[in-house]
Design a protein around this ligand. Sequence first.
Ligand code: DHB
Ligand code: FE
Length: 285
Amino acid sequence: MARVVGCICTSHVPAIGKAIAQSLQAEPYWKPFFDGFPPVRAWLEEVKPDIAVVFYNDHGLNFFLDNIPTFAVGAADSYRNEDEGWGIPALGKYPGDAALSWHIIESLIAQDFDPATCQRMLVDHAFAIPMQLLWPKPGTGPGGTVPIVINTVQYPLPSASRCFRLGQAVGRAIASYPEDLNVVVIGTGGLSHQLDGARAGHINKEFDRFCMQALEKEPSRLLSYTNEDLVEAAGAQGIELLMWIAARGSLGESAVMLHSNYHVPISNTAAGLLLLAPFAAPVEG
Ligand code: DHB
Ligand code: FE
């Protein structure tokens, strides 16, 4: 059977793509951010996940304001990233796993989640930048991906508790897939940031720290927050925390934090990184 081997949550700021394209990783501005990643890459090299299931929010590349699903699951053989106008190179094509996608879709619908199913889907920076951060060498990424989009663009948005339950349902779907696959679940976005309006530049370190701790030990503490509470605390785009909450849901009840990093700011964003693994009770005797 397939299993979730871990959960990685990371910010997805487009400027990261520019820094990589210009090899700025060792510059003082970027170093504290990029230094967060080697331990996560070492874990990925050890665990070698076959598949990445990626919760992210599309920013207008694949869905626009006239046509926005609350939840959407990719069901294609591959997914292409395209130029979105951030001045970063388009990052190419990612392999899908349409059979696993359809299994997840069927399982979700049986569990009373009704996602849009996308047999054609472009993936934006929120998918491509984290893939580039986790597997920087071309051709080293997982053999298949399943993109899952959660709407954070146009209200009404699904609640934190709904997104957590979506993640739990995806976790159950993976665990019921008959193939022997190691799956890493990725959540991208956040942490606190606001790109426009009177509070542009808003960052809330205390709330971000609270979220990172709660995601490890007690995710239920985040689930009573309304989206208005989250926007007030984390900023209008800080609502992308919903991706981290969904990804955490797929891990099951108890998790252990294997690595974390937090650096402020990258562009307008508090950049967070979390690597969580399912808690395995020590073997007796
Ligand atoms: C920035 C952050 C984002 O999450 C995003 O999607 C685009 C830009 C930023 O801080 O620049
Ligand atoms: Fe974003």
